[in-house]
Design a binder for this molecule. Structure first.
Ligand SMILES: Cc1cc2nc3c(=O)[nH]c(=O)nc-3n(C[C@H](O)[C@H](O)[C@H](O)COP(=O)(O)O)c2cc1C
Length: 193
């Protein structure tokens, strides 16, 4: 993301999110979040994705298949909401933001880094036939893509610039709800739960 948009410090919700994620231990589900988008007809869409890491204090990386439906939705309406449930901490994080466009060179570099970090099994999905199309039993669904396989053109990085975070904790009485907004210097606002 553009360095000029990036705060130097970590917004206060980031350590809270890290703490809640740590309480999940090694559970893969601690990296699952829901991405909500708006389809071109104005109706909502939501699905689960794997959190792939931070890009600076407020950039959140996701990986997807460029042939799936969501990239088209995001081209039309780049604002999103993410919902991240961390059950052990009884915490729900709702993150609002927008998909940002990276410069070509940076995008290639970042895509390559993400591709290298994936296991051959994790990469395999990008070797499968087009998502959402009718299933054909004769089609090839590889179980792995090795290091020698070039990065498929539809291996897509979604970088979301987070502009608002909201945390609801179902701990104690009453429940604890807080909100932070980038436009407000990430000042903490306590809200009724
Ligand atoms: C646990 C879990 C993790 C998933 N992780 C991803 C992911 O990281 N990226 C992705 O594009 N789809 C992921 N999916 C599949 C999506 O939920 C969705 O089915 C797919 O991306 C097609 O969505 P679309 O038709 O809205 O574009 C995951 C599904 C599950 C159940």
């Amino acid at each position: 993301m553009g360095a000029d948009h990036m705060p130097e410090f970590l917004p206060p919700w980031r350590p809270l999110l890290r703490g809640a994620r740590e309480r999940e231990g090694r559970s893969p589900a601690a990296r699952w979040l829901q991405l909500a988008t708006v389809a071109s007809d104005g109706t909502p869409r939501v699905r689960t994705l794997v959190f792939r890491g931070w890009a600076g204090p407020t950039g959140l990386d996701l990986l997807t298949d460029g042939r799936s439906t969501k990239p088209t939705e995001l081209a039309h309406q780049p604002t999103v909401e993410l919902c991240w449930l961390l059950p052990k901490a009884r915490s729900q994080f709702r993150l609002r933001g927008a998909v940002i466009q990276l410069e070509t060179e940076e995008l290639q570099r970042e895509r390559e880094q993400h591709w290298q970090r994936l296991t051959p099994g994790g990469r395999a999905l990008w070797g499968w036939p087009e998502p959402g199309q009718p299933f054909e039993a004769s089609a090839d669904f590889p179980e792995e893509l090795g290091d020698n396989v070039p990065i498929p053109p539809h291996f897509q990085l979604l970088r979301i610039a987070i502009e608002q975070a909201e945390l609801l904790e179902l701990t104690g009485h009453p429940h604890h709800r807080r909100r932070w907004q980038a436009g407000d210097g990430w000042r903490e606002q306590r809200l009724n739960p």
